[in-house]
Design a protein around this ligand. Sequence first.
Ligand SMILES: NC(=O)c1ccc[n+]([C@@H]2O[C@H](COP(=O)([O-])OP(=O)(O)OC[C@H]3O[C@@H](n4cnc5c(N)ncnc54)[C@H](OP(=O)(O)O)[C@@H]3O)[C@@H](O)[C@H]2O)c1
Length: 286
Amino acid sequence: MEYTTLSNGVKMPMLGYGVYQIAPEDCERCVLDAIKAGNRLIDTAQYYENEEAVGSAIKKSGIPREDFFIVTKVWLSNDGYKKAKNSIEESLAKLGTSYVDLLLIHKPVGDYYGTYRAMEEAYKEGKARAIGVSSFNTKLLKKLYDFAEIKPMVNQVQTHVFFQQKELHELMDELDIRHMAWAPFAEGERGFFTNPVLTEIGKKYNKSVAQVALRFMLQSDIIPIPKSTHIERMEQNFDIFDFKLDDSDMKEIATLDTGKSIFGPEFGPHLGKLMFFLWKIFKKGL
Ligand SMILES: NC(=O)c1ccc[n+]([C@@H]2O[C@H](COP(=O)([O-])OP(=O)(O)OC[C@H]3O[C@@H](n4cnc5c(N)ncnc54)[C@H](OP(=O)(O)O)[C@@H]3O)[C@@H](O)[C@H]2O)c1
C-alpha cells in the first residue's frame, strides 16, 4: 500500500473501498471480502445506511481497529451544529468505534457551516482523526477554508478519466487538501469499462481498464475508493501497485477529460436542500 500524509500529519492509504449502494444485508460480506483483498480504507456514509455492517465486518475481520482507516460522512438531513453533533455520535455507535479516521460533510447543502463546527469539535475531542468535505467546488471550498478554524484535510469529489477536476486539484494542492475520488469508474457510465484508450494502455501492462484508471489516479495524487460487490474485482482493483504508467500513457488519458460532471449538476446550498426535500416527498410516495 502507498500512503499520503494529511495536513495534520495523519497517514492515509492512497486506495480505499467504497460501499455506496451496497444493501446493508450484503455489506458485511462485501467489506470482509474487501479486507481480504487487502483494503484497509473503507468509505461509508450516514446516507448509505450501512455503517453498522461496516463496523461489524471490521470487528469480525480480527484485524486491530488502528490498522483501518474508516471514513464516514454527515448527511444533509443532519445539517447544522446540533443535529450534526448528535448524528456523529450515532455514526460512532453504529460503526462500533470511539473515533473515525476521516469525517466529511457529505454535500454542501443547508447549514453546512454549523455541521463543520460540530465536526471541528469532534476533531478536538478525538472522535475524528481528520475532517474534510465532499463535493465542494472551488468557490465553496475556498469559502469554507477561510471560515474553518481547523482546515479541511480532504475534499472527496466526483473524479474519473472523463471528469478529472484539474482546476479544483490545483487549488487543493495550494491549500494542502487531499483529493479523494468518488465514482472513480464513472459508475460504469459512458462505456467506461470498454474505453479504447484505457483498453489499449492496459494491453501494454497486462492490466484491465479498471486497473489502468486507478493507476492513473494514484500517479495524479488522487485517492480512489472504487466499489465492487465481487471479490475477484476487489482483488483486481487492489492489484495496482506493481506497474507504472509512462508519461505518454498519462498524457493520453489526460485527453479523455471533458471537464464536466457526468451525473448532472451539483446543487448549491439552497437549491440542494429543496431538491433533497422534494426527493424525500417522492420517496415517501412510492
Ligand atoms: N461523496 C459522495 O457524494 C459520493 C458519491 C458517490 C460515491 N461515493 C463513494 O465512492 C465510492 C465509489 O463510487 P461508486 O460506487 O459510485 O462507483 P464506481 O466505483 O465508479 O463504480 C462502481 C461500479 O463499477 C463496477 N466495478 C467495480 N470494479 C470493477 C471492475 N474491476 N471491473 C468491472 N466493473 C467493476 C461495480 O460493479 P459490481 O459492484 O457489480 O462489481 C459498480 O457497478 C462509493 O462506493 C462511495 O463510497 C461518494
